[in-house]
Design a protein around this ligand. Structure first.
Ligand code: SR1
Length: 325
């Protein structure tokens, strides 16, 4: 470790240990988030220890204790179940370890919370739903309670339904696991078969949307269904823009940028510099039509066209390199 010239201690010496502890590692969003965190850590000469997430609350607790024993200066917690994390996170804070939370509400004034502005994300998606379908339709909804971003998006869906009584939620399903898309596809098949009048599915997580699209394809109903989601990846762009795709819009940030912001927030905390308690990265609406018209095929194409997909001004400082992608 050589350190960063002009950086405050301990980054001037380099090799600062930081742990990234995820609840979920599978899927495009989480892989890109981790890649962004790794790129930012490398640029800061951070020794990043990555603990893979297997949707296991007990294992995530254990990983936090392991990170404490490794002598890390900071821990980034990426998703998780708040009720199982409070006491071990407090142990880390008591040892002077800085903690940053992404998409898990740890409700502690000492812990900066990173999120993708989920209320705005869901609002943009549902505005597009209303624009394309009016306010009188039968809907399917994919949701799993207990995940902070999904719970925030759900608040907006609830309000959308109560403001628009012609929108009827006929079926609700969902699953978060290491096979989210295929398990959701099985549930979607049953829901769409039982409710053939569903014309819109709000699936605010790309793995959910991929599952619903698979089901629509298997049932041969892609032409009479419209799917609206959150998140984007190169694979998602291909699925959205392919001929006849029912996946017509998504609202997203670049997850790699979110990963980088999370590491920068931890670095600022470790350096004793100010970090806002709430750090939000704003999402962008991406419709099938706009992606096709702009010839966007990859996340890199998006980064070239939309500044928010290449960088964010959240949690920056003059000593932190932030041109990573
Ligand atoms: C299970 S929670 C999945 C969501 O977490 C991140 O906020 C992504 O946007 C994804 O939709």
């Amino acid at each position: 470790a050589d350190g960063l010239s002009g950086a405050p201690a301990p980054f001037d010496k380099g090799g600062v240990k930081v742990a990234l502890i995820s609840y979920i590692s599978a899927g495009d969003f989480f892989q890109a988030y981790q890649a962004g965190a790794e790129a930012q850590a490398k640029a800061l000469d951070i020794d990043l220890r990555i603990f893979p997430g297997r949707q296991d609350a007990a294992e995530q607790r254990e990983q936090i204790l392991q990170a404490i024993n490794l002598g890390v200066s900071g821990i980034v917690i990426d998703h998780g179940l708040p009720e199982s994390l409070g006491d071990v996170v407090q142990q880390a804070l008591d040892k002077g370890i800085k903690v940053v939370a992404f998409d898990v509400n740890l409700n502690n004034p000492k812990i900066p919370q990173v999120e993708q502005s989920d209320h705005e994300l869901a609002s943009l998606a549902l505005e597009q739903v209303a624009k394309d379908n009016g306010k009188d339709f039968k809907a399917g909804y994919v949701y799993v309670a207990g995940f902070a971003p999904l719970d925030r998006r759900n608040e907006v869906w609830d309000k959308f339904k109560s403001d628009n009584k012609g929108v009827v939620e006929k079926a609700r399903f969902g699953n978060v696991s290491d096979t989210t898309a295929t398990s959701t596809a099985d549930q979607a098949k049953a829901a769409l078969t039982a409710n053939p009048d569903i014309s819109v599915v709000f699936a605010p997580y790309d793995e959910f949307a991929r599952g619903v699209k698979l089901a629509a394809n298997d049932l041969g109903i892609s032409s009479k269904l419209k799917i609206y989601s959150a998140d984007v990846s190169t694979a998602d762009i291909q699925e959205i823009t392919e001929v006849g795709s029912p996946w017509v819009a998504t609202v997203a940030t670049n997850p790699a940028v979110v990963g980088a912001v999370s590491i920068r927030a931890a670095a600022l905390e470790i350096a004793g510099q100010a970090v806002p308690h709430q750090i939000t990265i704003k999402p962008t609406l991406l419709t099938q039509e706009s992606l096709r018209a702009a010839g966007v095929k990859t996340i890199e194409d998006l980064a070239a066209k939309i500044p928010a997909f290449s960088t964010s001004d959240a949690a920056t400082a003059s000593w932190i390199p932030d041109k990573l992608f």
